[in-house]
Design a protein around this ligand. Structure first.
Ligand code: DTP
Ligand code: MG
Ligand code: ZN
Length: 632
């Protein structure tokens, strides 16, 4: 009887395990269906609206496409003055894409979200209307340094602008607050930090008076993505800015950002209580930027000597930024580059304000060639001739990467954006963003960008920002497009089983393994007892790391954190898809760059004839695939 029960129980366990696998497969198929549906939607949209990437991506239901076209014209009552001020005040000869449309919409009193890549000229879209309108424009900006930059610029072109922020002196604040309610306001733009709006009742009451008198002509919320936790730079005070529309419902609001997906924008719209804004989205494609990823070797990280050589040779006498992970890295990488004879200075949040602005100034005036910076060297960096942005460590998300690398080539001349992609860096960043709501998910999008060998880097960025991608949009301005079909697809099912077995075994022994430990265990470096119980590999370190990364990206492995008061540890655990490996028919593949001798010869000659100087690109140190084939 008992043995009967045991048999039934065993069968039940097996059925349940199989059911679990079927459920996972269903989930996979549903995900695939969602992906395909969204793809279909994008393609249909493209058929509907050919080729114009600066078309609005969506607009308030009150406005048809035809109606929107009207705002590109220059027959509005204010058009002559706009044109005149563009030339006389701002000393610019013509509008860049979307600027005129955005300005006309805002001048017509519409609420507007403007999404435009960094450095394309969003500020003009509220500065010019401010100059051409009665009263003044309220500009909400997250950082005092950004406000200072703008004030300095506006002063240089004789536009009256003032600011109120935490570092304003009492007298200055008193004067500005009094001027807000003047019948003849002596300034065109009032810059404030969100914190001021939220905390200063006095400011609010003055603004209310100006509003009632019809002198608050427009509100601009710069870096509007800071409202949303899903944006890459959430700032809690922004969340309270709903007060603007509540108190000043009739004033048109203009939200500006360089990076926001439609879900982030929807969130911002809700938070700011803007019922039906028109959204204008400029293309994310910065055609003059060359995108490249280089692999960092964990065995012998030669990224510093590589970067030094690049700066001294390819970028001789040219201006650039090297982004690093931490303040400590900023100091050490800067010192290392200096030792190699490069003129650099570090920049990070922990330096005192004078030192920071000194570094910024010296760099802006070309006294130093390179700033080795953390992300603190960020918003508002507006040097036109930055020829290269090198990431010594990957960014924490594609949004961050796009914004940081976007500081290159603002003068529209060619510039390079290079990332050094190292296995261990993934987990350093992962631990740092462990507390962020969607930190891991976003980090993995960046890892996917780097690990990718078969999709144009631009297309990965475009898809991320939900922009319909056209394959002609790169023009070989990324390493993937230059290397063409220089990759192969390899089956890593057995490798996946081996790695999963290592993690499983550790779990059964109540042990947690860091990625480094898993790597070493698989390469046969762990304790002899374990070695006997697992399948080790003869693959190289880079290949092992590439496979583990791929398993993490594909969900066969997952992250497990452990917190101490001082640090966060990252361990690998089984991912949601690991049970699928129990199914004999299940297979996993990954794409790897081909780097054998013959492939290399082909690549070099190909690159040489077409691209000249760039033939030395170091794609060659990406994972070797020959051995994998042998291993399988
Ligand atoms: N129509 C134009 N013609 C030529 N230059 C322009 C034009 N409009 C703006 N610019 C210049 C002025 C600035 O030096 C530069 C960047 O403008 P800015 O408004 O600071 O960018 P942005 O706000 O879109 O970037 P970010 O996202 O970094 O804040 O472009
Ligand atoms: Mg800006
Ligand atoms: Zn490309």
């Amino acid at each position: 009887m008992n043995s009967d029960r045991a048999k039934v129980q065993a069968e039940l366990d097996s059925v349940e395990a199989e059911l679990k696998v079927v459920e996972l497969q269903l989930a996979e198929l549903l995900k695939k269906q969602a992906r395909l549906t969204s793809n279909r939607k994008q393609l249909l949209r493209r058929l509907e609206k050919p080729c114009d990437s600066t078309q609005p991506s969506g607009s308030g239901p009150a406005m048809t496409k035809q109606e929107l076209l009207r705002y590109e014209k220059d027959d509005f009552p204010w058009s002559t003055e706009l044109k005149q001020s563009l030339k006389d005040v701002f000393q610019l000869s013509k509008f860049r894409p979307l600027q005129l449309k955005a300005i006309n919409l805002s001048m017509s009193g519409k609420d507007l979200f403007l999404v435009m890549p960094t450095g394309r000229g969003k500020s003009l879209c509220y500065q010019l209307p401010a100059v051409c309108s009665e009263g003044f424009t309220l500009v909400v900006t997250p950082l005092v340094s950004l406000i200072e930059d703008q004030l300095m610029y506006l002063k240089s072109i004789d536009v009256e602008a003032v600011s109120l922020n935490a570092s304003s002196s009492k007298e200055h604040a008193k004067m500005v607050l009094a001027e807000i309610t003047d019948t003849k306001v002596p300034f065109k733009l009032l810059y404030v930090t969100p914190e001021k709006i939220v905390k200063s009742k006095l400011l609010m009451s003055r603004l209310e008076k100006a509003y009632s008198a019809g002198r608050l002509s427009r509100i601009a919320v710069d870096e509007v993505h800071c409202c949303s936790q899903w944006g890459h730079d959430f700032k809690p005070d922004y969340k309270l800015l709903e007060i603007l529309k509540r108190q000043f419902p009739k004033v048109p609001l203009l939200g500006l950002t360089a990076t926001a997906t439609s879900s982030v924008l929807k969130d911002c719209q809700k938070i700011l209580c803007v019922p039906e804004p028109i959204t204008l989205t400029a293309s994310f494609n910065r055609t003059n930027l060359y995108y490249e990823v280089r692999f960092k070797d964990s065995n012998s990280d030669d990224s510093i000597s590589d970067i030094s050589a690049l700066i001294k040779e390819r970028y001789k006498d040219q201006s650039g930024i090297v982004y690093v992970f931490s303040q400590k890295d900023a100091e050490t990488v800067s010192a290392d580059l200096q030792k190699n004879g490069v003129k650099v200075s570090p920049y990070h949040a922990n330096m005192n304000p004078e030192d920071k602005s000194q570094v910024h100034r010296k760099w802006a005036t070309n006294k130093i060639q390179v700033v080795v910076a953390t992300v603190a060297f960020g918003m508002g960096i507006d040097k036109a001739d930055v020829r290269f942005v090198i990431h010594h460590t990957i960014s924490k998300s594609i949004e961050n990467y796009y914004q940081e690398s976007g500081r290159a080539g603002r003068d529209d001349k060619p510039a390079d954006c290079i990332v050094y992609f190292g296995f261990n860096d993934i987990f350093r960043i992962s631990a740092m963003v462990a507390m962020e709501k969607v930190g891991q998910q976003k980090l993995l999008t960046m890892v996917d960008y780097c690990q990718n060998v078969d999709r144009c880097r631009r297309s990965v960025i475009a898809v991320h920002f939900e922009e319909a991608w056209d394959d002609g949009g790169c023009n070989k301005m990324c390493d993937v497009c230059r290397h063409g079909n220089d990759y192969i697809t390899v089956d890593i099912t057995q490798h996946a089983k081996d790695v999963v077995q290592i993690v499983e075994l550790a779990g059964s022994l109540d042990e947690k393994l860091t990625p480094l430990k898993v790597t070493e265990a698989w390469m046969g470096k762990g304790p002899a007892k374990r070695r006997k119980m697992i399948q080790t590999t003869t693959l190289s370190r880079l290949e092992v790391e590439a496979i583990i990364t791929s398993l993490l990206l594909q969900g066969y492995l997952g992250e497990d954190f452990s917190f101490t008061p001082y640090t966060t540890y990252f361990y690998l655990k089984l991912g949601g898809k690991a049970p699928l490996l129990k199914n004999q028919a299940h297979s996993i593949t990954m794409k790897m760059r081909r780097t054998g001798l013959d492939a290399n010869t082909v690549k070099v000659s190909q690159v040489k004839t077409k691209e000249g100087k760039r033939s030395g690109d170091k794609a060659a140190n990406s994972p070797v695939t020959k051995k994998i084939k042998k291993d399988l």
